[in-house]
Write a protein that binds this ligand. Structure first.
Ligand code: NAI
Ligand code: NA
Length: 394
């Protein structure tokens, strides 16, 4: 079929297999250009492995450290005349490239919150890899069906206690406007913690350990975010921030549980980037457009793959793992550099619909957004038929 972008607000309903393949091969090429990570992982489980930071983690593991990888994710397969979601095509491309290099790579598509998918993963580890030495937890989900009670929880992105009002941008039209978001209820906070907190990460590690599929000295890492002052009321001090607090606390709990096998759990605070998860959050796209401008000007801009390569090379596998006062790895260090933040904050005060084209990197934002779905590559002819019915090799 001929596949063109079909955008509805902050999501795109279509994805292009060749463009997704390009996203993956670009990330593989970057990883190869950086070279082998000394003392990197060997058998890696990535939960949330099909897009964003999780996909980058899988690519760096495989192509920067020759790792065998198992990827877990929740993606829609293609149907006749209806393309799959991007993570599906990303995985098709990833497995193809990994297998061509002689690397083990298998994937499980289903709900990571469920007991069934956890069991399936354990069965696969037992039959193939035996033990895992790195577990990356990179889920971003708006909802969770509780594995024991089947109760459904929805996460919200709202401030706590006080109405939030600030600038935001419609990144398609470039219109800057004010957004007003009413505070959430206590129940909404708890639901958001259920979905995006550390409960499921802990469940994964509990069951992996119980089934004896974790290597001695294994590591597990989950991803968090802090961000600037302008987004603090809606992000870090809001409902999602409470979930991130919980996730960060879970690292200590999990480390305690892994003590007898000398394992450790870490949270890495990553940089703000355009992903399907972040484009859905109000205010963040405007912040990212300004941040990209400032970071590109200073020559310190990174995408998911650059972030994760640097995380592996300079933090996770470089001997002593450096952390902040709260025990977190900070790979958002360049985003949070005082000169970068000062610049963003000055631009933030000035930005309007009229000047956003000049003072923000809105074009960079848009390009990244369309690339998430495989669109916007000059080397691809989007008027040509492409096979939408691609299967993950397995
Ligand atoms: P993403 O939307 O690109 O990736 C989410 C992944 O989770 C996909 O592989 C998806 O298939 C999988 N997934 C979602 N629900 C699932 C389910 N029920 N079962 C199995 N798999 C499921 O998101 P992104 O941005 O890579 O986020 C990953 C983590 O990184 C999140 O914890 C996020 O908060 C964090 N983070 C994101 C930042 C950003 O700016 N994008 C910045 C710092 C941290
Ligand atoms: Na991810």
């Amino acid at each position: 079929m001929i596949i063109k972008p079909r955008v509805r607000g902050f999501i795109c309903l279509t994805a292009h297999p060749e463009g997704c393949e390009k996203n993956v091969t670009n990330q593989i090429d970057f990883t190869k250009s950086k070279g082998e990570i000394a003392d990197g992982p060997k058998n890696v489980l990535v939960i949330g492995a099909s897009t964003g930071f999780g996909l980058a983690s899988r690519i760096v593991s495989a192509f920067g450290s020759d790792s065998s990888t198992i990827g877990v994710f929740f993606e829609k397969p293609p149907m006749e005349g209806k393309p799959a979601t991007p993570g599906w095509y990303n995985t098709v491309a990833f497995e193809k490239e990994a297998h061509a290099k002689g690397l083990y790579a298998k994937s499980i598509n289903g709900d990571a919150f469920s007991n069934e998918i956890k069991q399936k993963t354990i069965d696969l580890i037992k039959s193939d890899l035996k033990k895992i030495d790195l577990v990356i937890y990179s889920l971003a989900s708006p909802r969770k069906v509780h594995p024991d009670t089947q109760q459904v929880y929805n996460s919200v992105i709202k401030p706590i206690g006080k109405t939030f009002e600030n600038k935001t941008v419609d990144f398609h039209s470039g219109t800057v406007s004010n957004v007003v978001i009413e505070p959430c209820t206590e129940e909404e906070v708890n639901n958001t913690i259920e979905v995006m907190g550390g409960d499921d990460w802990e469940r994964w590690i509990d069951v992996l350990k119980k089934e004896d599929v974790l290597s001695p000295e294994c590591l597990t890492v989950a991803y968090s975010y802090v961000g600037p002052e302008v987004t603090t009321p809606i992000y870090r001090n809001g409902s999602i921030g409470r979930a991130k607090d919980h996730l960060e606390q879970s690292a200590f709990k999990i480390s305690e549980k892994l003590k007898d096998i000398d394992g450790k759990a870490y949270v890495s605070v990553n940089k703000a980037l355009v992903t399907q998860a972040s484009s859905a959050i109000p205010v963040i796209p405007l912040y990212i457009s300004l941040l990209y401008k400032a970071m590109k000007e200073e020559g310190v801009h990174e995408g998911c793959i650059e972030q994760i390569y640097r995380l592996f090379e300079t933090k996770l596998f470089s001997g002593e793992i450096p952390t902040d006062e709260k025990g977190r790895i900070r790979i958002d260090d360049w985003e949070m550099r005082p000169d970068i933040q000062e610049k963003v904050s000055q631009l933030w005060d000035k930005v309007t619909t009229e000047n956003i084209g000049e003072i923000a990197d809105l074009e960079g934002y848009r390009n990244d957004f369309f690339k998430l779905f495989g669109f916007g590559y000059d080397s691809i002819d989007y008027d040509v038929e492409v096979n939408e019915l691609q299967e993950i090799p397995g």
